[in-house]
Design a protein around this ligand. Structure first.
Ligand SMILES: Cc1cc2nc3c(=O)[nH]c(=O)nc-3n(C[C@H](O)[C@H](O)[C@H](O)COP(=O)(O)OP(=O)(O)OC[C@H]3O[C@@H](n4cnc5c(N)ncnc54)[C@H](O)[C@@H]3O)c2cc1C
Length: 382
């Protein structure tokens, strides 16, 4: 039986950067992953958006840290992860959204986000050809951006391994038990012991948590996305339209580092469950909405669509909890909802600092995603 300082369940958006930072701090860490390589859960379903533009201080601060990590990766590590600082634009066509976004600006500015309300003219300059009919203005946060989820997670994985982290793939966790001060973790054919166990199992985090008798409100919520053929650069920011459509809530799209338009939509009503088969409703609904806002997109061909799972919580905020439900050294890093790719590095950084007792009060104040909250609030920019 091999022993580790920390075992992490799941080599996904949350687990891999966390392992990277723990190993950097000389912690002997093992990541157990049931799939054959990292990022094969929901990480590869993400479209790559990275924003600190949220409605809550903890998420803003966590993602500011993530932005620092993503944006400096190429320069520091010499590896291109497809990072582009295109900013996030929320164009506004109705007073309702103007009121919501202007209200959020107060919190966003308070927590140090670089964001402004911009005029309709400025929106038109940012997105050439955008529908001008009824355009009031919008918010723009120039420091947000995007990166490739697959390139990023593999870069984090390689760095984690070079820092000394171990990964074991094709190993599904079947049982976790607390025995005295240690967790015994059983997989299909092996058994491990560790004093610290971290649940970063994404859409399956509830199953893992129940092995320790701790129920957590995380359930899979299906979202679809798509990607086009590449085109010459014509749009820089991620465009997020928060109006509701006929069969959808918000939708968003951007042009990635290879020139492809990547797009995603929140279906209405929500689709719960683990089914990852694409629906026939997604493409007609989102293309209608995207063509309405940017008619020039009609000349570009869609290459493929896919469906993945948001590990959803009732309020749209993640759950990060130490000593969860009184189980000492059981740490939950789950319920990433639609933002696990952008939250992962920032959360990994702060969790590793807390575990290695290097976190300042200011660092600790970054994260505030407790399990024992009442989940009655709502993230307004899900
Ligand atoms: C269409 C779509 C678009 C999205 N776009 C974005 C975006 O632009 N930006 C963004 O930030 N987020 C986005 N997301 C959300 C993001 O993909 C998720 O929030 C994120 O991947 C969740 O990270 P995670 O580490 O919690 O889960 P995962 O990345 O899924 O990792 C969990 C891992 O745990 C493993 N696992 C589960 N059970 C076990 C077990 N018993 N034993 C061993 N291993 C196990 C899984 O195989 C998996 O690899 C999008 C999601 C979808 C579906």
């Amino acid at each position: 039986m091999k022993n580790y300082d920390v075992i992490i369940a799941g080599a996904g958006s949350a687990g891999v950067p966390l392992a990277m930072f723990l190993a950097e701090n000389k912690i002997k860490v093992l990541v157990l992953e049931k799939k054959p390589s990292c990022g094969q859960g929901q990480n590869k379903a993400a479209i790559g958006g990275i924003r600190a533009t949220h409605s809550d201080g903890s998420k803003i601060k966590t993602c500011l840290k993530s932005l620092e990590i993503f944006s400096s990766w190429h320069e520091k590590e010499g590896e291109d992860i497809g990072w582009r600082r295109g900013g996030y634009l929320f164009p506004v066509y109705r007073e309702k959204e103007e009121k919501t976004l202007k209200e959020l600006l107060k919190t966003q500015e308070k927590f140090g986000l670089n964001i402004n309300w911009i005029s309709a003219q400025e929106v038109k300059e940012l997105v050439k050809g955008i529908n001008e009919d009824g355009l009031i203005g919008g918010t723009f946060s120039p420091n947000d951006g995007s990166a490739s989820p697959l390139l990023s997670i593999n870069a984090f994985y390689r760095k984690a391994v070079s820092n000394g982290a171990e990964f074991s793939f094709n190993e599904q966790i079947k049982e976790v038990k607390k025995k005295g001060n240690l967790f015994s973790v059983k997989t299909s054919d092996k058994e491990y012991e560790t004093p610290i166990f971290i649940n970063a199992a994404g859409a399956h985090a509830k199953e893992i948590s129940l092995m320790l008798g701790v129920d957590i409100p995380v359930k899979p919520d299906c979202h679809e996305a798509g990607i086009t053929e590449p085109a010459e650069r014509f749009v820089e920011p991620m465009v997020v339209d928060i109006r509701e459509g006929e069969k959808s809530k918000n939708y968003y799209f951007y042009q990635n580092f290879e020139g492809q338009i990547i797009f995603c939509m929140t279906p209405d009503p929500q689709i719960w469950g683990y089914d990852r088969k694409s629906t026939s409703e997604f493409l007609p609904e989102i293309s209608k909405r995207m063509l309405n806002i940017l008619p020039g997109l009609s000349n570009i061909k869609v290459r493929r669509v896919w469906r993945g799972l948001y590990p959803m919580t009732p309020d749209g905020f993640p759950i990060v909890q130490f000593d969860a439900a009184g189980v000492e050294n059981y740490i939950i890093a789950a319920g990433m909802c639609g933002q696990g790719f952008m939250l992962g590095p920032g959360l990994g950084w702060i969790i590793s600092k807390i575990i290695t007792k290097q976190a300042s009060k200011e660092d600790e104040s970054i994260y505030n995603f407790r399990l024992n909250r009442d989940f009655s609030g709502q993230e307004k920019l899900k």
